[in-house]
Structure formats: C-alpha cells, structure tokens
Design a protein around this ligand. Structure first.
Ligand SMILES: NC(=O)c1ccc[n+]([C@@H]2O[C@H](COP(=O)([O-])OP(=O)(O)OC[C@H]3O[C@@H](n4cnc5c(N)ncnc54)[C@H](O)[C@@H]3O)[C@@H](O)[C@H]2O)c1
Length: 274
C-alpha cells in the first residue's frame, strides 16, 4: 500500500457552495491535504474571505470565485479561471444546493406542505440542486476528458435514498405553523444518484470517476426537541458534527477510492439502515 494513500498534494479541487457550512469544512480538509482549492460560491465575498484564511498557513493555495451554479456563463468563467490559475482541474465537488434548514434561525420556514408547494420554489431547487450540478460537471468534465483524468463527487442526502420522516418536523407547538421537509429536497437528491451513475458509465474508460456521497443531518443550533427526535431515529443516537464528513469526502475524492465509480457512499449514523 502507498504511504500517502490519498495522494492529494498539488491536486486542484473545486468545491461549489464552498463558503457554506459543509463546503468550508471540505475546503479546509483539501487544503490540509495540500490540495489547491477553488471556493466557488454565490456569496463571492464569503468565498474569497475563506480562501484568504486557507492561504494563511501556506501549505496549499486557495482562491475564492463568485459563481452562480445555475448560470452557464458564470460556471464556465469559474472553471476557466481555476484552469488559468492552476493549470488543471482534478476534482469537482458538487456541493452547492438549497438545503432547507431547521435550526433556530429558520425554525418557522418551510411551512408549505406538498399540496400547496409553490411552483416557484420547485423551479428554484431544480435550478440550483440539479441544473447547477449539470453545468459544473459539464464545464469541469470537458477539462477532465482532455487531461485524461478527474474525479467528481456529487453530494446527496439520506432523503435522496429514503423518504423524509415528517414526524421530525412536527414541533408540537400549536402557536406556530406546522413545518415540512419539502418535496424538492427529496426529488433533487434522488436525482443526484441517477446523475452520478449516468456520468460514471458515460465516461467509462476515460479515467474519470464519479461517485455520490450521501450525508445525514448535521447539528446546527437546532432546538432540543428536534435534536431529540432526530437522535432517537438514528442508530448512532445523535446528529453529525459538521467535521465528520471530511474523511469520507477525502476518500471519495482521492486515490484512496481508485477502484470506485458510479457508487454511493452513505455516511448517516445508520439512518437508512433502520
Ligand atoms: N447540512 C446538512 O445537515 C446536510 C445533510 C445532508 C446533505 N447535505 C448537503 O450538503 C451540501 C451542503 O450543505 P450545507 O448544510 O453546507 O448548506 P449551506 O446552505 O450551509 O451551504 C450551501 C452553499 O451553497 C451556496 N449556494 C447557494 N446557491 C448557489 C448558487 N446558485 N451558486 C453557487 N453557490 C450557491 C450558498 O451560498 C452556500 O454557501 C448540500 O448539497 C446539502 O444538500 C447537508
């Protein structure tokens, strides 16, 4: 076995939604493995600020690029800039998505059940979660095909594998409106798995590996009741810490998973086993 099983030093990784809660963790993990990082996010300033922080320790180079993954021109410009800066694109992490949050700050959002779910919100999620993934894989994939290598990781959720348990979102407080995990999240995340299998087989023989990484819920200042309901539904008995997916991410993004493509790595505290 190779001593440096990851072999990420000097590799170039693009992380979409890189300024978000989990995106930042992934960018830091790549930087700590001495990969160069592109923090691609709609919130350009946050991405640039975070890239500057990563550059602080000097082992890896990071750049932040304002990117709207729903916009073909913006995505192409981001990939062009990454290529001009580093001369290659080895890894794409399709992480940007509209992830409906249920922490204290967003506790009373997501009150639309399926029957009255607005078409506008449906279209918005399809745009960011799916069209975004399509445009980024297309732009980065073109470079990967030319350079004869590449790895794409598509971020999925347990709700792409099983249906949401809506009882989790029943807070029981009659003074507040009932909340739901929306239809869009399940639909777009399920599609991530088909998208992954399509690209893995489409690029068969091209040395481009494409896998999905499925995650369970991360603790983010949710109220006690939610944490209790989530934890009792999880074999490991708790929500994930935001740092707990970095090992899996580095595995699927690196040579450590060199014989893996078209697969779905599930890291969910056992949620989907129950
Ligand atoms: N947080 C969880 O518990 C959890 C669980 C399972 C899966 N996931 C998945 O992990 C990924 C990241 O989740 P998170 O919790 O870090 O979310 P987050 O909301 O903290 O981060 C998402 C990031 O995407 C960016 N973004 C939104 N629209 C964009 C666009 N059009 N173009 C470019 N960037 C855009 C946002 O600015 C934000 O920085 C998502 O795919 C999510 O579905 C999260």
């Amino acid at each position: 076995m190779k001593k440096d099983i990851l072999g990420l030093a000097g590799k170039v990784a693009i992380v979409t939604g890189g300024a978000g809660m989990l995106g930042r963790e992934y960018c830091r993990a790549f930087a700590e493995a001495s990969a160069h990082v592109v923090v691609a996010d709609l919130r350009g300033d946050a991405g640039k600020k975070y890239a500057a922080r990563l550059n602080g320790d000097g082992t890896a180079k990071a750049i932040g690029i304002e990117t709207d993954v729903t916009d073909k021109t913006s995505v192409q410009e981001m990939v062009n800039r990454a290529f001009e800066r580093f001369g290659r694109v080895d890894i794409l992490v399709n992480n940007a998505a509209l992830d409906p949050k249920f922490d204290a700050a967003h506790a009373d959002e997501h009150t639309n059940g399926f029957e009255d779910y607005p078409l506008e919100l449906w279209n918005q999620s399809i745009d960011v979660d799916l069209t975004g993934m399509f445009l980024c894989a297309q732009a980065a994939g073109n470079i990967m095909v030319k350079q004869g290598s590449g790895v794409i990781v598509n971020i999925c959720s347990t709700y792409g594998v099983v249906g949401p348990d809506q009882r989790l979102y029943e807070h029981g407080d009659e003074a507040r409106p009932r909340t739901y995990k929306p239809i869009t999240y399940s639909v777009t995340k399920s599609a991530v798995l088909g998208f992954t299998r399509y690209l893995a087989t489409y690029w068969a023989g091209k040395n481009i590996r494409v896998n999905a990484l499925t995650l369970g819920g991360v603790f983010n200042e949710h109220d006690e009741g939610f944490v209790e309901r989530y934890s009792s539904r999880t074999p490991l008995g708790r929500m994930a810490d935001r740092s707990e997916y970095c090992g899996a991410l580095l595995f699927v993004a690196s040579d450590a998973s060199s014989y893996m493509t078209g697969a779905n790595l599930v890291v969910d505290g056992g949620w989907t086993a129950w």
